[in-house]
Design a protein around this ligand. Structure first.
Ligand SMILES: Cc1cc2nc3c(=O)[nH]c(=O)nc-3n(C[C@H](O)[C@H](O)[C@H](O)COP(=O)(O)OP(=O)(O)OC[C@H]3O[C@@H](n4cnc5c(N)ncnc54)[C@H](O)[C@@H]3O)c2cc1C
Length: 267
């Protein structure tokens, strides 16, 4: 398919404007934004690269806020991965295809009630929550926002400076804004200086939920009445956490039925 035909049909060719590397295999990249492109915080885009003569598409959560005049993504380079082996080389000025349509139902708008929003992420599953927290809307909708980011190594705790700034200066101002609690957990290197920072937990999300440490640390219980929960990232974490929540009486949001949690599997 020619570039021209693709552009007029379902995708546009956008220009990479900025690349930030957090570690050897974690990066944030910004692109231009197609005219008229609209999305809700929490949704994902489909990005395309021509690789060995064929178009390869992959899903990427948007980390930019809906009103930003650029699109931003947070990605990991998967060893041997078809798409990310190519993505690893991107630099400002390069092009990337962006589907005109946006996807995904893991948005705060899925919840019709509740006063606390828990956002649980492993690894790059943090991405949609960065968008959600950059958007003023969620700060007025909930009383408490709890962001839980679980990574293997402490240097994978991306976006932490910005998230700490947001905590103190919510995007729409402090007036009536929710209180944000940021919880970081490291699973593999508890001995390093960053991981040993006060407040950084150790252990998987499921372990911290099962032993009660997460709720104790946050100072809020997870309840059917007030807690609304998002799960994003590693499918095993999501499956196991779903079972824990289910056991505690919480239910997934369904099309016609309000529930207490929504999920987004990354593979
Ligand atoms: C709804 C949705 C949203 C997504 N959003 C993001 C995002 O914001 N950032 C991002 O980096 N990826 C995201 N992904 C994953 C992304 O689409 C690709 O699967 C990933 O970039 C690997 O592509 P690849 O062709 O290089 O590897 P593939 O050859 O497709 O290899 C896939 C394997 O890589 C591993 N893998 C894939 N994605 C990840 C990941 N994010 N973290 C750790 N291991 C992974 C898994 O073991 C998986 O089996 C998302 C996926 C979905 C379905």
């Amino acid at each position: 398919m020619s570039n021209q035909a693709l552009a007029s049909d379902k995708a546009t060719l956008e220009t990479v404007t900025q690349v930030k590397r957090w570690t050897d295999n974690l990066l944030t990249f910004k692109t231009t934004k197609p005219a008229g492109y609209r999305f809700d915080a929490g949704q994902y885009a489909r990005l395309g690269l021509f690789i060995d003569g064929q178009m390869v598409w992959r899903a990427y959560s948007l980390t930019s806020a809906p009103d930003d005049d650029f699109l931003e993504y947070y990605g990991v380079i998967v060893p041997g991965g078809m798409f990310t082996t190519e993505l690893e080389k991107i630099k400002p000025g390069d092009s990337i295809w962006t589907e005109k349509q946006v996807y995904g139902f893991m948005t705060p708008g899925r919840f019709t009630d509740g006063s606390e929003l828990w956002m649980l992420a492993t690894g790059t599953g943090l991405g949609p929550y960065v968008s959600i927290l950059r958007d003023p809307e969620v700060w007025q909708r909930f009383r408490h926002l709890v962001l839980v980011h679980c990574v293997r190594h402490a240097d994978e705790l991306a976006y932490q400076d910005e998230l700490n700034l947001l905590k103190d200066s919510p995007p729409g101002g402090k007036e009536g804004a929710a209180e944000l609690k940021i919880v970081q957990s490291v699973t593999r290197d508890p001995g390093t200086a960053t991981a040993a920072q006060p407040g950084v937990l150790h252990g998987r999300i499921t372990t911290l939920l099962n032993n009660g440490e997460l709720e104790k640390h946050v100072g809020l219980p997870i309840t059917i009445e007030s807690s609304r929960i998002m799960l994003c990232g590693n499918p095993s974490m999501i499956e196991e956490t779903r079972a824990i929540l289910h056991h505690r009486g919480l239910r997934p949001c369904r099309r016609a039925m309000p529930g207490q949690f929504v999920t987004e599997n990354y593979w």
